[in-house]
Design a protein. Structure first.
Length: 363
């Protein structure tokens, strides 16, 4: 077969043009604009500390403040005893009233780690963190740390993944596979489930039966907490976090299967919490917010959910606990999306990707 060399040259230049259009710092989808702010080393969690500065964790162990206008970067020293292993490292971070809370995989010795939470006063030179929570028992595993953080009414909520241990999520005498609620100083609220009708639960546990919940958000409209949970081979979901509930892992499979292809359990059955939306096959749901802002005011009240596997940002319209509609805002443009943050004054959206980029989404 004879191949036209001119054709090959044209094809080569055409592919180069496509590559350039896809990977320049600005990309466009519908009426939205993407601007790449900066490149970091596997950023994981973020929180605005003022209108222009966002504090960001790098999974490999650094904490940085990025000015999203000037693009200036400040690296802050810290004293965290972390172990970067598998999916672990420095994970989520949140800011409120000159205080930081961070989740990380703590080195507990003998190759064991835990999802741990530490607190520090903001200091742009050095952070003196003190632990306020450890998910026990420590486990020799690099999987499923969960680790999202939010604050509601002076309570700190923490997602604790089940570390790849499956049915540990049904063992309420252990933290992995649960949602944790503590006071922002680390003490235990007097009205947690253990002190009401769940006598066998650990005092910090708020709900059980989750696998790897990597997204959590407080709705500014109804003051409720919503979750995204990364399932196995299928079975991701978006749902509400209610006190004392059980989402069923690993009795339930949420529609998915083990990675070997074997069946886990039913999608749902009575007696367990039911999600608002399930994804089969898995999209690898990561972070989420309930959007409120002026930049995309038509999205107010909708859940914005990011994905690792199909590299998408999805918008879920729902009412009460009922799913109404899903729209894919974009897919495959910026890479695997790890975190989403809203600049409250403008409503602009900021995204972190596993490829290392920090992106701004606006009109």
């Amino acid at each position: 077969m004879v191949v036209d060399q001119n054709f090959l040259k044209v094809k080569k230049y055409f592919l180069l043009i496509i590559f350039f259009l896809l990977f320049t710092s600005k990309s466009y989808s519908n009426n939205y604009t993407f601007t790449k702010i900066i490149e970091l080393d596997e950023p994981w969690g973020s929180s605005f500390i003022n209108n222009n500065e966002i504090i960001i964790t790098e999974k490999s162990g650094k904490i940085k403040i990025v000015n999203v206008v000037s693009k200036e970067v400040i690296e802050i020293k810290h004293n965290l005893n972390f172990l970067e292993v598998g999916q672990g490292g420095l994970l989520d971070i949140i800011y409120q009233d000159n205080t930081l809370w961070i989740s990380y995989s703590e080195d507990r010795g003998n190759s064991k780690t835990s999802t741990s939470i530490a607190k520090a006063q903001l200091n742009k030179q050095e952070l003196d963190f003190k632990n306020i929570f450890q998910a026990n028992p420590p486990i020799n595993s690099g999987y499923h740390f969960g680790s999202r953080l939010i604050i509601k009414d002076n309570y700190l909520f923490i997602t604790a993944g089940e570390r790849g241990r499956g049915m540990i999520a049904q063992d309420s005498s252990k933290h992995p596979g649960s949602i944790i609620r503590i006071n922002i100083d680390g003490s235990v609220p007097a009205d947690n489930p253990k002190f009401e009708d769940k006598k066998n639960w650990l005092p910090e546990i708020y709900l059980i039966g989750v696998r790897n919940p990597q997204g959590m958000a407080l709705s500014p409209f109804n003051n409720k907490i919503y979750l995204t949970n990364h399932g196995a081979k299928g079975g991701d979901w978006f749902g509400i976090a209610e006190k004392g509930e059980n989402y069923g892992w690993k009795i339930l499979g949420w529609g998915g299967t083990n990675y070997t292809g074997t069946k886990i359990g039913p999608k749902w059955k009575p007696g367990f919490a039911k999600a608002i939306k399930y994804w089969v096959p898995s999209i690898a749901a990561s972070s989420m917010v309930i959007y409120k802002g002026s930049e995309f005011k038509e999205w107010n009240g909708d859940a914005l959910i990011t994905s690792l596997k199909d590299q998408s940002l999805r918008k879920i319209k729902f009412k009460d606990n009922n799913f109404l509609r899903e729209d894919i805002i974009f897919k495959g443009i910026v890479g695997r999306i790890r975190d989403i943050e809203i600049q409250k004054n403008t409503g602009e959206i900021f995204l972190l990707t596993d490829q290392g980029s920090v992106w701004r989404l606006y009109k």
